[in-house]
Design a protein around this ligand. Sequence first.
Ligand SMILES: Nc1ncnc2c1ncn2[C@@H]1O[C@H](COP(=O)(O)OP(=O)(O)OP(=O)(O)O)[C@@H](O)[C@H]1O
Ligand SMILES: [Mg+2]
Length: 218
Amino acid sequence: MIVAVGNVKGGVGKTTLAVNLAIAQSRSGRDVLLIDGDEQGTAVAFTELRSEQKNGNPGYTVVSLHGTAIRTQVRQLASKYADIVIDVGGRDTGSLRAALTVADVVLVPVQPRSFDLWGVDQTAELIREAREINENLRAISVINAADAQGKDNEAAAQALREIEGIELAPGFIVRRKAFPNAAAAGLSILEHDDPKAIEEFNRLTEILFVHSNAIGAK
Ligand SMILES: Nc1ncnc2c1ncn2[C@@H]1O[C@H](COP(=O)(O)OP(=O)(O)OP(=O)(O)O)[C@@H](O)[C@H]1O
Ligand SMILES: [Mg+2]
């Protein structure tokens, strides 16, 4: 399964979700490649830290790739890995476009705040363009860093449901300290003690990998 985590909007949780998805799959025994498509190199830096914490073995392979190299390299490497997760940089639409042409599914993290919601239209447009080449590209938005309570999550969900061509993942990933705390220690949310965060994250993993595999198998 090739999963791109992308949104033209920055700071929405792309890297957080991408590294956690890569680790979740590797913990299920799958051979995972994580592609850091962001010039900032956050996923690579995280993996170096994780490697130090895990006696030199982060559990997955990471490479840094940008622009059209994402497309060519993914095509070459797809048969070597069970799963490829691509953390696509915020501003770099060249990398995002390339990733969208080779991905099976694109995960679009969105924060339940108005500026972030507006950015989704631009991402949706890139997804529509990519489908001219990559017809079966599945797109799933997820509300990340959601409020623990209040009406904004549901309002954001309603707005996202109206965007054509992108499904909305059920539920929310609530803003929880466990995410930055785990990352700062080189760990995934699954290796950190926050059952609610784990439950929300596991639901997302299932939607992406289990459900998409079932569709692909038909
Ligand atoms: N569910 C969450 N709960 C709490 N904090 C979160 C959550 N998701 C992301 N964050 C925090 O929000 C910040 C931005 O997340 P992240 O770096 O993953 O976003 P990004 O989309 O990759 O940003 P960029 O566009 O700069 O690459 C980080 O400090 C991260 O720890
Ligand atoms: Mg990032």
